[in-house]
Design a protein around this ligand. Structure first.
Ligand code: ADP
Length: 500
């Protein structure tokens, strides 16, 4: 057993995911929870649970002191930070070292390097890794910014040096708009990260976001587990992820090239444990380093489904000093996996968060379906935290079969009491662009403006939307060709998991 006890410094579906790995490894788990999470699923599932403070995250899930206290009182030997919260906080990694606790993640030094977009860029340029053309470091004022943007060429992207979660980012099409963008991005960055520094890079028009999963041990070995396509984004935030990337599937040499580059990135950062190297890919299939996430990603299940590697267990073993259990040659990619991020939000009201009590919850199951969830019926989704309540991932031998399976699983997924974005996924899946794998980071914006145009009565768009709806209705029919039954009590209650 690598550790006698592990504390999970997180909540929601990712805490549940880590608890499951602990249980399979026979390691007792300790959950931590804030006052509003007393009845949360991760608290129910862990072997022990420690209250760490009030609902606001900075007084609970973001308090290093309280997390360390909880580890001490529970006798945990290691801390898994999940994603979000303190997962990319080098202070926690350092504090763990001082407290003689194992941090299930990389070294504080790797986190510091990769936590600054400008420092990471410089290190990557030195390591010969291609980066998006841009400024060498943070820009010091309006004049310098104007000069840099002119040199790079519009459109440019103003980014927070300490950025994350798509915050502090502004696209600037022309010089006249630069000043306002700098001001807005700096104040957003100051609010979100306590650091207003900005830098500027070329804005690639509708690139793809393709990232590589890496694993490194503490003995200097680094391997990659292939790519994930994460081009389906709303406000620079991923909503659907898949493995393999349809682009890489069509150009298999890309996996090796990007994989080797990602391993080079990890080596340049002295990286160990699980990490993700993100790239943007342009229309000519040239790829550029974007950033490295020094933690487990939300979308890790699609890699697990296709490679069969349990990333959380690997993380735990690596943190205990064990060598990687696999060599690069042993990594094999089978079939196709797609994941949807299920949020408590209202797709008909600009994706506004929709916290509240879940009244009923029917989950999909069956062949090739995986649901990583932090929710259960009767549980109230708190408004204090990110409204991600579950991830639905499917695996099938081919991408078209995975899409059919995802449609089937979405048809079985019903949540009442709160609004969710499940219907949004259903409508995206039927689009020809998605089915053909023509994905880029502008996909969802284009799709939304088509929907809006259809709602406004643009005849051409209305036609496209009607076709999509008809196609969905057709595909939702039972295989015997019968029309789906009309709404009835029997249908909504007796057959709650079927064809709604
Ligand atoms: P964050 O750290 O805030 O998540 P990233 O740098 O990882 O920001 O970028 C998030 C997303 O923003 C990318 O996946 C992509 O969609 C978009 N993006 C970032 N940089 C560029 C760029 N130079 N050109 C075009 N899109 C970009």
């Amino acid at each position: 057993m690598p550790f006698r006890k592990i504390l999970i410094a997180n909540r929601g579906e990712i805490a549940v995911r880590v608890i499951r790995a602990c249980r399979e490894m026979d390691i007792p788990s300790v959950a931590v929870y804030s006052e509003v999470d007393r009845t949360a699923l991760h608290v129910r599932m862990a072997d022990e649970a420690v209250a760490i403070g009030p609902a606001p995250a900075f007084q609970s899930y973001l308090s290093i002191e309280r997390i360390l206290d909880a580890a001490r009182t529970s006798g945990a030997e290691a801390i898994h930070p999940g994603y979000g919260f303190l997962s990319e906080n080098a202070e926690l990694a350092r504090a763990c070292e001082e407290a003689r606790l194992a941090f299930i993640g990389p070294s504080a030094a790797s986190m510091v390097l990769m936590g600054s977009k400008t420092a990471a860029r410089r290190a990557m340029i030195a390591a010969g890794v291609p980066v998006v053309p841009g400024a060498d470091g943070a820009v010091a004022g309006a004049d310098e910014a104007r000069g840099e943007a002119g040199r790079i060429g519009y459109p440019v992207l103003v980014k927070a040096a300490a950025g994350g979660g798509g915050k502090g980012m502004r696209v600037v099409e022309r010089e006249a708009d630069l000043l306002a963008a700098l001001r807005e991005a700096a104040s957003e960055a100051e609010r979100a990260f306590g650091d207003p520094s900005l830098y500027i890079e070329k804005y690639l028009v509708t690139p793809r976001h393709v990232e590589i999963q890496v694993l490194g041990d503490r003995h200097g070995r680094v391997i990659h587990l292939g790519e994930r396509e994460c081009s389906l984004q709303r406000r620079h935030q991923k909503v659907v992820e898949e493995c393999p990337s349809p682009l890489v599937a069509a150009h298999p040499e890309m996996r090796r090239e990007m994989g080797e580059t990602a391993v080079r990135v990890a080596r340049a950062a002295g990286y160990y444990n699980a990490g993700t190297v993100e790239f943007l890919v342009d229309r000519d299939r040239r790829f550029y380093f974007l950033e490295m996430n020094t933690r487990l990603q939300v979308e890790h299940p699609v890699t697990e489904l296709v490679t069969g590697v349990d990333l959380v267990k690997e993380q735990i073993r690596i943190a205990a000093g064990e060598p990687l259990s696999l060599t690069q040659d042993q990594i094999d990619w089978r079939g196709a996996a797609i994941e949807c991020r299920v949020y408590a939000e209202d797709p008909d009201n600009n994706f506004f968060p929709s916290p509240g009590k879940i009244l009923t919850l029917d989950r999909p199951a069956g062949p090739g379906v995986r649901v990583d969830s932090g929710a259960y019926p009767g549980w109230t989704v708190p408004l204090e935290y990110d409204p991600l309540i579950a991830k639905l991932a499917v695996w099938a031998p081919t991408r078209p079969e995975a899409i059919a399976r995802l449609e089937r699983a979405l048809g079985e997924y019903h949540i009442t009491g709160i609004k969710t974005n499940l219907s949004f996924f259903r409508s995206i899946l039927v689009s020809a662009e998605f089915r053909e794998g023509r994905l880029d980071t502008g996909f969802i914006d284009r799709w939304m403006s088509r929907q809006a145009a259809a709602a406004d009565g643009d005849p051409e768009q209305e036609h496209a939307a009607a076709l999509a709806a008809a196609l969905y209705a057709l595909r939702s029919r039972p295989a015997n060709g019968a029309a789906p039954p009309a709404r009835s009590r029997w249908r909504s209650e007796g057959r709650s998991s079927l064809l709604r």
